[in-house]
Ligand binder design. Structure first.
Ligand code: 3PG
Ligand code: MG
Length: 420
């Protein structure tokens, strides 16, 4: 069963509650709040333009950060309203609450085409607890519900799930926004029947984050390329030495099972041939999360599948870049999720950047479809200024992973079904 699309809903003069994911990265600069990446806002503009042209009264609701049910001025959505107004080139109203009298009064005087942004939903604990009463208060000001917040669709919260259920019970249409539709198309339908060869590139720190995706994609992929620290858990599973590299020793069996499944299914499963290693040492400095900053010395290429005892592997090496790039050049469909190394440090960014270049290259020159599963791989592509050279970049992090695992997302499940 397909989900109702916003394009097929009559919204003229209606109050449309649009759940967006404006959980964007913020930074304080000279006493000003600056949005460091506005992609999630920009990607909702097509839905907002469509609704506005059709005369809807647009009420936007989002969370920002994790304020844990308390008002926290540093997580206010007010700066997002000004950014949105800049991007749209028109006014966007803002109310410093998301339910209650103030909101209702503002909605009462809205004209068709007007846009209002509500304050952070997570200032109320009822949002994450998906409390019925709170969902009803959100639903009270709406005739139609639209979900364009793919990035938050894996959460069964009041605004992503509860309010849609309340409105649906009242007979109101609950539709997917244009961004939501694109996300479901590229991460869903397109990968269901991919043009072959279908290549999957997975990186990042942990096998445990990706194992369910690996397991599911082993059913579909022709080849899987592994990079990032998770490669060392696979090496451990093969009985190799991993030195001081990040490993999940308790996941070695899981990794072994994945290798066996790949072999049984005839899926090419490539692990790094060489890597860039360095000697790690803790410094006195603390990072944002209060953990000691690690300093890396003696950065060099290691050609041995075993990692030296005193070293940690931090990027794929040149032979791996070459072998992976050759695989990428043959692919017709590519799914990429997770960096190949510690790319935030330029000494360990080459693997991720070269893979980004190869993926963008085959998309441009060979008509391959490249789908980037969100999070750090999107960050890396944007950093390399290659974001517009791939077919699709997801705005979801956790949501894209859960969706790729084959899970039903509560925010999608709550939308109205339509016959296809
Ligand atoms: C995200 O950025 O992952 C989404 O906005 C969801 O946020 P959350 O992980 O805090 O629920
Ligand atoms: Mg998250």
């Amino acid at each position: 069963m397909a989900k109702l699309a916003v394009n097929n809903v009559n919204v003229r003069g209606k109050r449309v509650l649009v759940r967006v994911d404006y959980n964007v990265p913020l930074e304080e600069k000279d006493g000003q709040t600056v949005i460091t990446d506005a992609t999630r806002i920009v990607e909702t503009l097509p839905t907002l333009r469509l609704l506005s042209e059709r005369g809807a009264k647009i009420i936007l609701a989002s969370h920002l950060g994790r304020p844990k049910g308390k008002r926290d001025p540093s997580m206010s959505l007010r700066p997002i309203a000004s950014k949105l107004a800049d991007l749209l080139g028109r006014p966007v109203a803002f109310v410093d609450d998301c339910i209650g009298e103030k909101v209702e009064k503002t909605v009462d005087i809205m004209q068709p085409g007007d846009i209002l942004l509500l304050e952070n939903l997570r200032f109320y604990p009822e949002e994450e607890n998906n409390e019925r009463g709170f969902a009803e208060k959100l639903a009270k000001i709406a005739d139609v519900y639209v979900n364009d917040a793919f990035g938050a669709a894996h959460r069964a919260h009041a605004s992503t799930e509860g309010a849609a259920r309340v409105l649906a019970a009242r007979g109101a249409p609950c539709a997917a926004g244009l961004l939501m539709e694109r996300e479901l198309k590229f991460l869903g339908a397109e990968l269901e029947h991919p043009t072959k060869p279908f290549l999957v590139i997975l990186g990042g720190a942990k096998v445990s984050d990706k194992i369910q995706v690996i397991d599911r994609l082993l059913e579909k992929a022709d080849a899987i390329l592994i990079g990032g620290a998770m490669a060392y858990t696979f090496r451990l599973a093969q009985g190799l030495k991993t030195g001081k590299s990040l490993v999940e020793a308790d996941k070695a069996e899981v990794a072994k099972a994945a290798l066996a499944k790949a072999k049984a299914r005839g899926v090419k499963f490539l692990l790094p041939l060489d890597d860039v290693v360095a000697i790690p040492s803790k410094t006195d400095q603390l990072d944002k999360k209060g953990r000691p900053v690690i300093d890396y010395q003696n950065v060099h290429v290691n050609n041995d599948a075993n990692c030296p005892d005193e070293a940690a592997g931090l990027d794929i090496g040149p032979a791996t870049i070459k072998a992976y790039s050759e695989e990428i050049a043959k692919a017709k469909t590519i799914l990429w999720n997770g960096p190949m190394g510690l790319f935030e440090d330029s000494r360990f960014a080459k693997g991720t950047n070269e893979i980004a270049r190869a993926v963008a290259g085959v998309t441009q020159s060979n008509g391959a479809k490249s789908i980037i599963g969100g999070g750090d791989s999107v960050k890396a592509l944007n950093k390399a200024k290659l974001g517009d050279k791939v077919t699709f970049m997801s705005t979801g992090g956790g949501a894209s992973l859960e969706f790729l695992e084959g899970k039903e997302l509560p925010g999608v499940a709550a939308l109205s079904d339509v016959q296809t």
